[in-house]
Design a protein around this ligand. Structure first.
Ligand code: C2O
Ligand code: CU
Length: 617
């Protein structure tokens, strides 16, 4: 990596020198140029946005810039990574009002700013969303106003399949995503996006047969039931037990752990093909799987249509409502294992599949009519890359009762719920007192006192609150949560370091313990029946989301401290900020064979940030 990065930095400095010599840019001086003569009443004020080396961590060097209506905005990128300047606000076409990518060591003019109406326009970097700023347009400005989402299509809850034998045909289908215009062609499980929601009680063995009828070129697939405990051969391995085109595979999920029914959980299924997971998920291979608790021991939670699973994901669309293809010009990939060669503009760490448009259960900006009573919302972030810091527009709190992996020991009141890729939260929302109102669920990164300033800023969906309705559900203070493993070893069994690596020969790649994924290399062996204590460290400049297959884990420490109350249940996916350390423990039960640990930002997973551990007898 050293060689690559140093070369990049040298190139950046050289390019910056060219920019500087041109004399057009005075870094940090975002006011009028020195020769703006007072003889002219209203000098047009241009603006410059500067990105210094280390921008990923430090953000824009000029987060607040001002431009006169009709002025130009230039971005100078002195960093060794690419960045974007992208407006939070969208135009009538649903795309950001302005959006420009500035390659490392170059400068660009932001198109379209001359037309902006006067006011404050927030912008961010799509590749590193914690970089944020505000562009203030002064004076008369242009006619372009930000579009407000109108929430004009109803939320759709996917069809529920409750049978012991489920059959899912993977096929291309045209599905409704946006309110207007043509349908979108996607790769689906059984003709819908998301696929059918499978709903089974813990302990009810379930066989899911997946048939591959995807178009030519899609290749072999592998379906992973995220969070579930099952045999290695049914885990949706990245390179083995694949589903070839025209063929099918039956996955056997007993929904038991150590002979006991699996606790009620909110899992999901998605494709897991090596090197292709981001693409296959982007195209639509995602669905939800709810495990319900055996007799809900006195728990009276909202049920039926007041128990709403919400899969939140994002995509970018062309004007004809078809998905863009962020993978068309992807990094070059060596086809032999263990020596990935990532070159080009989308090489790590500049690989981030981010969509402009947020979808809830496959629809853009939907609304849901609710009664003024209590609901259970199961939130899943199935985005390839982005995090969301969920909040309701009137500050109404969520009562979080579970993770995606079972109930929490105690319900937690939260105004914001931060979920990264693959994370879930089980929350209750009481719409009491909101009759006649429209409440917006949005992602609000700037919330004081919460981490997650790298989350997206975006509206997500709307709740249209109707009349109060009778409600027999109860707010439980203590919950029958699954038992946590105890005692746990005091010494760490295995440390997994998430970082960025590379060399001149292989290019840059995401790594665990310095290495890119190799399906034939066993990175750790754990003995069946034993309890291990694992530690994750993040030595990179970006947040990662660590996911472990096979078992559900207890979170022991986050940065040396007791984890927050919402992390005191079982977990399979953790947020890991730069410099952070998390320690977790689990017992390896029932199943031997290879399993995966990886970052669930799918570009990172595809670009090396995955390792294999084997459970052995
Ligand atoms: Cu949700 Cu290994 O994946
Ligand atoms: Cu990552």
């Amino acid at each position: 990596m050293r060689g690559t990065l140093e070369n990049k930095v040298r190139a950046a400095v050289a390019a910056a020198a060219v920019v500087m010599c041109a004399g057009a840019v005075v870094a940090y001086d975002v006011g009028p140029g020195p020769d703006a003569s007072p003889a002219f009443a209203e000098p047009v004020r241009n603006a410059t946005i500067v990105i210094d080396p280390g921008g990923v961590r430090k953000g824009y060097a000029t987060p607040l810039v001002t431009v006169s209506g009709g002025g130009t905005v230039t971005v100078v990128n002195l960093d060794s990574f690419d960045h974007t300047v992208t407006s939070v606000a969208k135009g009538p076409d649903g795309l950001p009002v302005f959006d420009v990518r500035i390659r490392a060591g170059t400068s660009e003019t932001v198109p379209g700013t001359a037309l902006l109406a006067a006011g404050a326009w927030e912008f961010y970097c799509k590749l590193h969303p914690s970089m944020r700023g505000t562009l203030t347009v002064e004076g008369s400005g242009g006619g372009v106003e930000p579009e407000r989402p109108s929430f004009d299509q109803p939320l759709v809850v996917p069809r529920t399949d409750r049978g012991a034998d489920v059959r899912l045909v993977m096929r291309q289908a045209r599905v409704r995503t946006r309110a207007d215009g043509p349908r979108t062609s996607m790769w689906t499980y059984d003709g819908s996006y998301p696929g059918p929601t499978i709903r089974r009680r813990g302990g009810q063995g379930t066989e899911v047969t997946v048939v591959n009828r995807l178009p030519k070129g899609a290749g072999s697939m592998s379906t992973h039931l995220h969070g579930d405990h099952h045999a290695s051969r049914y885990d949706g391995q990245p390179t083995s037990y694949l589903i070839r085109r025209g063929a099918s595979r039956t996955y056997d999920y007993p929904l038991t752990v150590g002979g006991e029914p699996e606790p009620g959980s909110f899992f999901w299924y998605h494709d897991h093909r090596m090197d292709r997971t981001a693409r296959n998920n982007w195209r639509g291979l995602q669905g939800m799987f709810i495990v319900t608790d055996p007799p809900q021991r006195g728990l009276r939670l909202p049920r039926g249509n007041r128990d709403v699973p919400l899969m939140i994901s994002e995509r970018s669309f062309r004007a004809d409502n078809q998905l863009t293809d962020p993978f068309a010009h992807g990094p070059e990939m060596a086809d032999h294992h263990g020596s990935m060669a990532w070159t080009g503009p989308h090489a790590p760490p500049d690989d981030a599949t981010i969509g402009d448009t947020v979808l809830v259960n496959g629809r853009e900006a939907p609304y849901l009519r609710v009664s003024a009573t209590r609901y259970r919302l199961r939130l899943l972030n199935s985005s390839p890359f982005s995090s969301y810091n969920f909040a309701l527009s009137d500050g109404r709190p969520f009562l979080q009762i579970g993770t995606g992996s079972g109930l929490l020991p105690r319900a937690v009141v939260r105004t914001h719920v931060l979920l990264g890729p693959a994370q879930r939260a089980d929350v209750l929302v009481d719409f009491h007192g909101a009759t006649g109102q429209r409440l917006v669920l949005s992602s609000d990164p700037a919330a004081p006192g919460t981490s997650g300033d790298d989350a997206r800023r975006t509206p997500v969906m709307e709740f249209r609150v109707g009349d109060p309705a009778p409600d027999t559900s109860r707010l439980p203070a203590r919950l029958p949560s699954p038992e946590l493993v105890s005692p746990v070893p005091s010494k760490v069994t295995r440390t997994w370091t998430f970082g960025l690596s590379g060399d001149d020969h292989h290019g840059s790649y995401w790594s665990i313990n310095g290495r890119a994924f190799d399906p034939d290399r066993v990175d750790h062996r754990a003995r069946l029946g034993t309890v291990e204590r694992w530690r994750f460290r993040n030595t990179s400049d970006l947040t990662h989301y660590v996911h472990i297959h096979a078992e559900q884990w207890r979170t022991l420490r986050r940065d040396g401290r007791t984890p927050p109350p919402w992390e005191q249940g079982l977990e399979d996916t953790w947020r890991l900020e730069p410099g952070e350390e998390v320690e977790v423990a689990a017992r390896f039960t029932d199943h031997t064979g290879p399993f995966m640990i990886h970052c669930h930002m799918l570009d990172h997973e595809d670009h090396g940030m995955m390792a294999r551990f084997d459970v052995v007898d």
